[in-house]
Design a protein around this ligand. Structure first.
Ligand code: GLC
Ligand code: CA
Length: 560
């Protein structure tokens, strides 16, 4: 393949993930909705976003906030109507923004008509759409990802059904051809509505091992994660996708960099996947340092495995399932909050791949300090809290639980988007469905638009920079100091073009020594996260053999 800027639109794009329930409420019921997203298309355009991924907006009892679907072809009324969806797609397109939806096909809701039918008896045509034990006995002791057994008993049938996630999310039986065809019909229906692709939820779980398989001691979910034979179903699925000109991003926990080309190579199942290696290195205990060497190793392994022409990476630091990156990889103390948020942004936005920004990440929204148990909403948080409450005495426990949840819960990333400093953060005129982070008084879009050195403006600069250089689109990747415990130094290169990215990922000063191969070139400074301190700090206009970096200091150089 010749080295040139790619002609696949999604390889040159920046994506933005919207959690509709928490993005913008348009009708004053405290719940974000489709018309709210429409109101903010201008904001997305201004940021430089090319496509948005919407978390599920389908009909759902909301046990897992829309990941339990009861009708694939209906919009959840709390988000609006099918007409609103059509209008959103049209208006986004008119503004040059594409729209992809979440495709949840490992499981449905237990309220989906297919499952209600399935429970009526073994003779029902939908019975085999789901996965059942032969007898009343549970076939094994596998543990579900949300806690507890993967098996749930149905007294009327004297059998158990299988669920990887909550018991209200029964797994679909991918061995069943009729089931697969029903799913494929639904996919085509959505693509015919004019959407531009899908993020495919939990797709590495659709194949299960034989029931007698033992879970790996270090990995309880191994019997139903990326199991041998899964390729048969993924190929059928990708054949449907290939009927359309779309982008597909699979959520692929358990897939290694070594296997990645099978998933996203030229003949892969998807265009990109979300890998889980780097994201699992986050630091729960803030007193401990982030494993910088591990982070570089994980990111670097994927950069190398999927270099342009062999595959393509999806780049991300946040989503709706993990706590806020500035709190767990960066540093959310007042001193380093902005600087570390910019450092993380630089680190991942200049890698090779398509970057995904999760709503609020571009403001450096940190984790929430939860002050009451009932502020927590997530099904996994609730399960954990129930288990913990069972253990010790009430009062101390509540405090401990709140502290724990304020660092690990998925709810940290689900608090309403902070548009301005007004009471409900400009998210809604009513009390929001979930508590707003009190820090919206200072951390919000309106404020950051005004400040030239804000995190938001820094994201805009980075996005512009990315799009201005071929080397940042398709250039190769090299890590120069893989064993340095503080600093990430990588180069992107393409023919004669070079960009050098230097990021101190710690709260300590760092000294680096650069190898000869990097030196002796005419480097010039493109970007730093310490623009405002240029006079006083060690922002050097060019690259030298020995460099001293301030905490979280970031420098990007280029030469031609
Ligand atoms: C994916 C989603 C997560 C959801 C789970 C079950 O991991 O990202 O939010 O809870 O699948 O659908
Ligand atoms: Ca609403």
């Amino acid at each position: 393949m010749t080295e040139k800027r790619t002609d696949k639109w999604w390889q040159d794009a920046v994506a933005y993930q919207i959690y509709p329930k928490s993005f913008k409420d348009s009708n004053g019921d405290g719940i974000g909705d489709l018309n709210g997203i429409r109101e903010k298309i201008g904001y997305l355009k201004d940021l430089g976003v090319d496509f948005v991924w919407l978390n599920p907006v389908y009909q759902s009892p909301n046990v897992d906030n829309g990941y339990d679907i009861s009708d694939y072809q209906a919009i959840n009324p709390e988000f609006g109507t099918m007409d609103d969806m059509t209008q959103l797609i049209e208006e986004a397109h008119a503004n040059g923004i594409k729209v992809i939806m979440d495709l949840v096909i490992n499981h449905t809701s237990d309220q989906h008509p297919w499952f209600l039918e399935a429970c009526k008896g073994e003779d029902n045509p939908y019975h085999d759409y789901y996965i059942w034990s032969d007898t009343a006995e549970k076939p094994n002791d596998w543990q579900s990802i949300f806690g507890g057994s993967v098996w749930e008993y149905v007294p009327s049938l004297k059998k158990n059904y299988f669920h990887v996630f909550a018991k209200e999310q029964p797994d679909l039986n991918w061995e069943n051809k009729q089931m697969r065809e029903s799913i494929f019909r639904m996919i085509r229906w959505w693509l015919d509505q004019g959407i531009d692709g899908f993020r495919i939820d939990a797709i590495s779980h659709i194949k299960k091992s034989s029931w007698e398989t033992k879970a790996r001691p270090d990995w309880p979910h191994s019997p139903f994660t990326n199991v041998k034979g899964i390729g048969k179903y993924l190929k059928e699925l990708s054949a449907v996708f290939k009927e359309y000109d779309i982008v597909t991003v699979g959520e692929a926990s358990g897939v290694t960099a070594e296997e990645a080309t099978e998933w996203v190579g030229n003949d892969g199942y998807f265009n990109m996947i979300f890998e889980f290696e780097h994201i699992s290195l986050w630091q729960r205990d803030k007193s401990e340092a982030v494993d910088v060497v591990g982070l570089k190793r994980a990111l670097g392994r994927w950069q190398k495995a999927l270099d342009y022409g062999e595959g393509w990476n999806a780049l991300y630091m946040e989503n709706h399932d993990v706590p806020r990156s500035v709190s767990v990889f960066g540093n959310d103390t007042p001193q380093y909050w902005a600087r570390s948020a910019k450092a993380l942004a630089t680190m991942y936005l200049l890698l090779q791949g398509t970057p995904f920004i999760y709503q609020g990440q571009e403001l450096g929204m940190p984790n929430m300090t939860f002050t009451a148990i009932d502020q927590l909403d997530d099904v996994t948080a609730k399960n954990q809290i129930k288990a913990l409450l069972g253990e010790k005495d009430q009062a101390t426990k509540t405090l401990e639980i709140l502290e724990l949840m304020s660092s690990i819960s998925r709810d940290n990333s689900r608090t309403p988007m902070q548009w301005d400093k007004s009471d409900n953060a400009g998210f809604s005129t009513a009390k929001p469905w979930m508590a707003v982070n009190p820090n919206h008084k200072t951390i919000n879009v309106a404020q950051q638009k005004k400040e030239s050195s804000s995190i938001l403006n820094y994201y805009k600069q980075l996005i512009k920079l990315r799009k201005s250089k071929d080397v940042l689109a398709v250039g190769h990747y090299e890590d120069y100091l893989p064993t340095d415990e503080q600093v990430y130094v990588y180069e992107r290169f393409l023919e004669h073009e070079r960009v050098l990215v230097i990021v101190n990922l710690t709260k300590e000063q760092a000294e680096i020594r650069l190898p000869q191969t990097v030196l002796g070139k005419n480097w010039s400074l493109l970007l730093t996260n310490m623009e405002e301190d240029k006079e006083t700090s060690a922002v050097t206009e060019t690259v030298t053999e020995k460099m001293t970096l301030e905490p979280y200091q970031t420098l990007v150089y280029a030469h031609n």
